[in-house]
Design a protein around this ligand. Sequence first.
Ligand SMILES: NC(=O)C1=CN([C@@H]2O[C@H](COP(=O)(O)OP(=O)(O)OC[C@H]3O[C@@H](n4cnc5c(N)ncnc54)[C@H](O)[C@@H]3O)[C@@H](O)[C@H]2O)C=CC1
Ligand SMILES: O=C(O)[C@@H](O)C(=O)[C@H](O)[C@@H](O)CO
Length: 275
Amino acid sequence: MEYDPDLRVTLIGAGTIGLSFAAFHLLHLQSPSQLTIYDTRPNLKTYVQEDLPKFYDNENSVPVPSSKVKTTQSLPEAVRNAHIIQESSPENLGIKRELWAEVEKYAPKEALLWSSTSGIPASQQSANMQDKCRLLVVHPYNPPHIMPLLELVPSPETSPQVIKRTQDFWRARGRVPIHLKKEITGFVANRLAFVLLREAIHLVDTGVVSVCELDKIVESSMGPRWAVAGPFKSYHAGGGVGGLEGFFNSIGGTVQDCWTGSGNVDGGERGVWCR
Ligand SMILES: NC(=O)C1=CN([C@@H]2O[C@H](COP(=O)(O)OP(=O)(O)OC[C@H]3O[C@@H](n4cnc5c(N)ncnc54)[C@H](O)[C@@H]3O)[C@@H](O)[C@H]2O)C=CC1
Ligand SMILES: O=C(O)[C@@H](O)C(=O)[C@H](O)[C@@H](O)CO
């Protein structure tokens, strides 16, 4: 990949996700000075200088001089010259709405505006923006400096050019951007993960397995399997010569019984799984 010496990236919010994105960009930018971090936390510069190096396994990767990363607590200064602006602020619609309205005032017209949100649609975040076609959800899987998935979730108003430029950016850096065709709360990865989490809680709460046993079951079965084959590919293989149809022909009844009897968990109630 050719490093673009003129590319400037601004990250808004330097917490769990923001700092991981910073670690990612520092490995893909020609100079750390091309990266700017904006955050409202106090002692931002010290925090970045002390915490960013922790993302590098120094035995296997050259530590990047995080001291050269620009930090600021002025949003206009942070976004003024940026080509890419990604927010990883708290999962709070009010904060994100306010940020985008401000960013839009000071960012270059061509800057790509991305939200790391776990599930707040761009159409909700962009409510106070003048030009809503600019905003796109780019949802990572934690930690983004390692995990390849980016779920690109446009609002109905996001422009096709913004989507294409975003896809090209991440593909050029060896990532896996998947363009979701509809907005849905939680997008895809989280919805799938949270269905499994609900059944996991149900199985622990009803005394089938312990928390540790459940984690071990996932870590020694579907975890490794899903690293190389997703659910459709897996069960197509499980159906033998009949493929996915054969799979359902042979055990579809059991599958349906599991679906019918799946747990109904209220996330607000904290059971044994949470202790
Ligand atoms: N933690 C995770 O596993 C994942 C989180 N996300 C999403 O990424 C976003 C950030 O999540 P985390 O990094 O976990 O949160 P966090 O709480 O670790 O970091 C949030 C950062 O935003 C800063 N902040 C607070 N208010 C701000 C404001 N008004 N302007 C600028 N910065 C502000 C805080 O000082 C903090 O550094 C959320 O939308 C979350 O849903 C997405 C994928 C995974
Ligand atoms: O699981 C992940 O890394 C992401 O898909 C998320 O959005 C987080 O789980 C988030 O929902 C909670 O941290």
